[in-house]
Design a protein around this ligand. Structure first.
Ligand SMILES: Cc1ncc(C[n+]2csc(CCOP(=O)(O)OP(=O)(O)O)c2C)c(N)n1
Length: 334
């Protein structure tokens, strides 16, 4: 493992921004979870609760002009990169004011204007997109960096190796961020993944870092170094963030499993005690960066943003099915 040597600790302002972004992701997803439980939500959602430190710690090191590719578990990446909560909420609810006009839903939230090249229902679908984008970034010479988020399960797709290979060969400005949350759907990582994933990147001589993905400062620091290297033209980096998915693989998991189970409650409780937001709150209070009153204000502000996103979505019209003919068939009726 290569560790960060430079002092990249977040300033008090950055520390509070990291906190607020994580809280926004959490509160929006808690609302989605409640709506799903009440049977109100159209379609499936894969929630990111417990993994917020990865999206926030990585994306808040990026510029608006940098790009990210995301996964089927993409709400956190979208919001952390500056995507609009209103537009995401409306998209998930299938409304025409959604960021993809309600045609994509939860697994396809994208906003190219913010550098969010898209969530993706294809596991491992972001690898080649990010490497292609990084090739474009290198050719344009504007100093743009691309981050590719993926899960431990996705690391078993062959395209991962192809992308490690070509991005190293061509020294592309891409940072591969593996969110090792220990599961692929209902299967434990050790049942489908051999060896350590980081070794796959090491085999190509790529700069690597393995961090506690529930420690937002550790993620932030590792990303600072990876992004700086990529911007300097030193090629790809790989960050592995160990974290845990607190919610099910998807909402409605219980119905799908029909009484079966693939993990113990004790394990979930163990990880709840390592909650990234609680840990960061404790650090901020202990170091005097914040106090209870300031945190309450942030909570109120975030609640307001969530309520506004919900109201916006509720008052929006459903998606226009006719759009299928212009968006999916490029102007031609099949
Ligand atoms: C190419 C492809 N194969 C299989 C699936 C079904 N599938 C959806 S999510 C998932 C697990 C992915 O695990 P991981 O990459 O670790 O992400 P996590 O769900 O843990 O965030 C699978 C197998 C899919 N969507 N796409």
């Amino acid at each position: 493992m290569t560790t960060t040597q430079t002092n990249t600790a977040p300033t008090p302002e950055q520390s509070m921004a990291l906190y607020e972004r994580m809280l926004l992701i959490r509160r929006i997803e808690e609302k989605l979870s409640a709506d799903a439980a009440a049977g109100r939500l159209p379609g499936a959602v894969h929630l990111y609760i417990g993994q917020e430190a990865v999206a926030a710690g990585v994306c808040m090191q990026l510029k608006d002009t940098d790009w990210i590719t995301s996964t089927h578990r993409g709400h956190g990446h979208f919001l952390a990169k500056g995507g609009e909560p209103r537009a995401m909420m409306a998209e998930i609810w299938g409304k025409r004011t959604g960021i993809c006009k309600g045609m994509g839903g939860s697994m396809h939230v994208a906003d190219v204007s913010k550098g969010i090249l898209g969530a993706n229902g294809i596991v491992g679908g972001g690898f080649a997109i990010s490497v292609g984008a990084a090739f474009g970034a290198k050719l344009s010479g504007e100093g743009r960096v691309v981050v590719c988020f993926f899960g431990d399960g996705a690391s078993n797709q062959g395209v991962f190796m192809e992308c490690l290979n070509v991005s190293t060969l061509w020294q592309l400005p891409v940072v591969f961020v593996c969110e090792h949350n220990h599961f692929s759907e209902f299967t434990r990582a050790e049942q489908v993944t051999s060896g350590e994933i980081v070794n796959r990147a090491r085999a190509f001589g790529i700069h690597t870092a393995v961090v506690d993905g529930n420690d937002v400062e550790a993620v932030w620091n590792a990303t600072a170094e990876a992004v700086a290297r990529a911007r300097r033209g030193e090629g790809p980096c790989y960050i592995e963030a160990e974290t845990y998915r607190i919610k099910g693989h998807m909402e409605f998991e219980k119905e799908l499993l029909a009484g079966g189970k693939y993990r113990e409650l004790e394990e979930i409780e163990h990880w709840r005690r390592r909650d990234p937001i609680d840990r960061w709150t404790a650090t901020l209070l202990k170091t005097g960066v914040t106090n209870a009153a300031a945190l309450e204000k942030i909570e109120a502000r975030v609640s307001g943003i969530v309520a506004d996103a919900v109201a916006f979505s509720e008052s929006s019209e459903p998606a226009d099915p006719e759009l299928v003919f212009s968006l999916m068939f490029a102007g031609q009726r099949p």
